[in-house]
Design a protein around this ligand. Sequence first.
Ligand SMILES: *Cc1c(COP(=O)(O)O)cnc(C)c1O
Length: 383
Amino acid sequence: MPGTAAFEERIRRRLVELEEAGLRRVLQVPSGIDLSSNDYLGLANHPRLKQCMAEAVLAEGCGSTASRLLRGERAIVSTVERRFAAFKGMEASLYFGSGYAANLSVLTTFLERHDLVFSDAQNHASIVDGIRLSRAKRIKFRHCDIDDLARRMRSTSQDTQRFLVTESLFSMDGDFAPIDDYAQLCRETGTVLIVDEAHAVGVYGLRGSGRIEGTGCAGGVFLSVDTAGKALGAAGAFVSGPSWAVDYLIQRARPFMFSTAPPPSIAAALETSISLIEDEPERRQRLESLSAGLRASLAERGVNIGRSTSQIIPIILGDNERAKAIAVELQQEGFDVRAIRPPAVPPGTARLRVSVNANLTEEILKRFADAVQRVTQCSVVSS
Ligand SMILES: *Cc1c(COP(=O)(O)O)cnc(C)c1O
């Protein structure tokens, strides 16, 4: 009979298996130059954000004390939701405690059991999990490949409600989905398009609202999911779209209904983030030029950066142990880069995920590129 001792033994064996595969994670407090956070605009430590959040704590308290359906609702949250909807050019927005909860909510609320959902092969775990929980049938298509997508669409029934879910900028490869072409294809096929702008909001588009704005396809998008813990520098996520959809989320999204509302002070900080993004485009312009510079200098040095065309620049190394060893060497030189291994990326594509932020300088990034060249060419890792 399996008992608690056998159970502990099983888990210890699993940990050893992870260790042996080079997949055991340890939590590591940041030190050194930030080349791995998603704080792309450097807003997380912006004095105005900190000030607004601190003042809101003093005015509103720490916790929200309940679900928003009960005593957890605050005026400041609905104010920032209206502000964000206008920023995205959508009718309404709903704020969630995390992007993970937002994706779970959207997918489990709108997808029903017999629906079909086309999902990019590299979509984020929160999208994959949301689809699983929805019980809709998932049809995975090749990463950013509209021909593969169109072919799979043609071979499915017109009579079924169909959805397409994609990130607009992919978190591990740093490449863009052709969302404007997807919007066109969705229009032609009656497919509902959901776009996750986690890494694009704040960074792309003339007003900084993301790739939907940047590619001019807002009219073809049903919902946008925009996380607020990355370029926006705080926490949580907005889901934006037609007001009837937001109304339905309030009625049915379980991660929204059965979870305590996030602290109201975060909403106060987010109002400031939106203002800074609207009023100070120079931050995203600087990010763009620093990113282009780093991509070029890594490529010049013969480093494999995959398909990146953004501020997310993978350095693809392949082997798990090698990725880990190279990350450690670069950390010892003062650069905070992290190894990304399966299941976050496909097996055999372990990498460093380098992300540029607007607080860096050309000089730092040049030193970093030199260091990468040195350690990737010299390091011999036994496995
Ligand atoms: C980070 C991320 C999420 C989850 O957002 P959190 O606010 O961190 O929970 C969702 N989708 C994508 C593409 C992400 O990169």
